[in-house]
Design a protein. Structure first.
Ligand code: ADP
Length: 453
């Protein structure tokens, strides 16, 4: 049974269930029909005897049976006995030999050898001291024979019934499981052909299989998108790494082949250094991104004094202090991981300088607004056109790669987005081309003091 397909198993169980129900129905019918037959026989006996009793009278001291009295009617034999129980009228059926004592008014079954009789006695008083017994006898219907007949008929019909039940059940199971076959076939095709663009697409419906198929379709959709993103990511990463490597390789070959002046040699070494820095920054960005993707980068959340953190960050980094203004709400604290938060702010400030106008200015502001803390990095630089503003958060996306400089590969803002999410916040951007951009980090307010312990 364990190795049978689910369809066959359902068919077998349904057939067994139907056979069991048919058996129960047969038993029920047998018991009902024998009860009905007994009941009918009893009322037949009672009615006949009582009708005969009404036809008995006395005329001139003698028993008189009027015209409506029948000794044998509806299978009922009616006998009239004297008070001393000697037969006055009627004929006892040959097969009834039992010496059954008289009891007025109760119908009972009397077994006599192979025969069974229903017996009803009625005491009919004729005067103060005397009366007659009227006895009705009805051969009891043979319920066993009826049961035997029904059983024989049922057994004869059983094989045909079972075959029909089995075929019907299998047909129903096959029809019901057809969508599952379609789901399996599509999943197999996707696996064998490695074609994630295929979908099950069951015709519309709302049952369990349709829900399963639509869940699978959504899963395939997600898988397809994530495979595409992964392929794209690998292609972009290799491309970004290959460029500096080939520049370094070319420069080395050139130095080996040609005699260069010391100035030229110095220039080549500087170029190799720039490319190595680009590679190193790219590799560390890729590593951070992978850690954030895999969830291995854990945020160690704590109360961070934003004023202190931002002042320290802006003075430690080699930013042009003349061009940088801090506008900080005193004593403002945030709930964040200081290392990740510093990485996020650094990325935004570096971009603000990188994409600023020559001699332009950068503002770093932090304050609490409503139920959040806002940290804004504003510049008066080249700005970002409306249609590009959604895209700049994507990996490797650059509005104008020639502006990104040696270290840029279009990963910085994607990292910023991921870090903001990990810190429980979000990023927004307002930008107008040739006017400037404001990148805002929104963080929830820190938990009340003491709640974090
Ligand atoms: P990149 O390494 O190119 O700087 P980012 O992910 O940091 O990559 O930024 C993506 C793109 O968004 C940049 O190439 C640039 O075109 C645009 N961008 C980022 N910051 C600014 C800014 N402050 N002003 C104008 N454009 C910006």
């Amino acid at each position: 049974m364990r190795n049978l397909s689910v369809k066959l198993r359902i068919a077998v169980w349904l057939t067994l269930l139907m056979a069991l129900l048919a058996g129960l129905l047969l038993a029920f019918m047998l018991s009902i029909s024998s009860a009905v037959i007994s009941q009918t026989a009893m009322s037949q006996l009672s009615q006949t005897v009582r009708s005969n009793v009404s036809q008995i009278g006395m005329s001139e001291g003698k028993l008189e049976l009027r015209d409506g009295f029948y000794f044998y009617r509806n299978g009922v034999s009616t006998l009239v006995y004297s008070q001393s129980e000697s037969l006055l009228a009627g004929q006892i059926p040959v097969s009834f030999t039992a010496a059954e004592p008289f009891q007025s008014g109760t119908t009972r079954t009397v077994e006599d050898g192979n025969e069974r009789y229903l017996v009803l006695d009625v005491w009919l008083p004729m005067s103060w001291e005397s009366g007659v017994w009227v006895r009705g006898l009805l051969e009891s219907p043979d319920n066993r024979q009826l049961a035997g007949n029904l059983l024989t008929m049922a057994l004869a019909a059983l094989p045909a019934f079972l075959i029909m039940a089995a075929l019907g059940s299998y047909w129903i199971a096959r029809r019901a499981f057809r969508p599952l076959d379609q789901i399996t076939a599509t999943a197999k095709e996707i696996n064998e052909a490695r074609d994630l663009s295929r979908r099950i697409s069951l015709p519309s419906g709302r049952n369990e299989f349709h829900r399963l198929a639509s869940t699978f379709d959504q899963l395939f959709e997600r898988l397809e998108r994530s495979f595409e993103a992964e392929e794209q990511f690998t292609a972009n990463a290799s491309h970004e790494l290959r460029t500096p490597v080939s520049i370094i390789k070319g420069a080395c070959e050139y130095v080996e082949k040609y005699d260069e002046t010391p100035e030229e040699r110095q220039e080549t070494i500087s170029m190799i250094h720039r490319q190595a820095v680009k590679m190193s920054s790219l590799i560390s960005q890729l590593l951070s991104m992978t850690r954030l993707d895999q969830g291995t980068e854990v945020a160690h959340m704590e109360r961070v004094n934003l004023e202190e953190l931002l002042r320290a960050l802006c003075t430690e980094q080699a930013y042009d202090q003349e061009r940088l203004t801090l506008e900080l709400q005193p004593g403002l604290t945030a709930w964040a991981d200081p290392v990740l938060l510093s990485r996020l702010i650094q990325n935004l400030i570096e971009n603000a300088f990188k994409y600023g106008k020559p001699g332009g200015h950068v503002w770093v502001c932090a304050d609490s607004r409503g139920n959040e803390i806002q940290l804004r990095v504003r510049d008066d630089g080249i700005g970002i056109p409306d249609e590009q503003q959604e895209k700049i958060w994507k990996r490797f996306y650059q509005v104008d790669p020639s502006r990104s400089g040696a270290g840029g590969a279009g990963l910085g803002l994607s990292l910023v987005w991921q870090i903001a999410k990990l810190l429980g916040g979000s990023m927004t951007l307002e930008s107008v081309p040739d006017v400037g951009s404001v990148f805002t980090l929104h963080l929830p307010l820190p938990p009340p003091a003491g709640a974090d312990r």
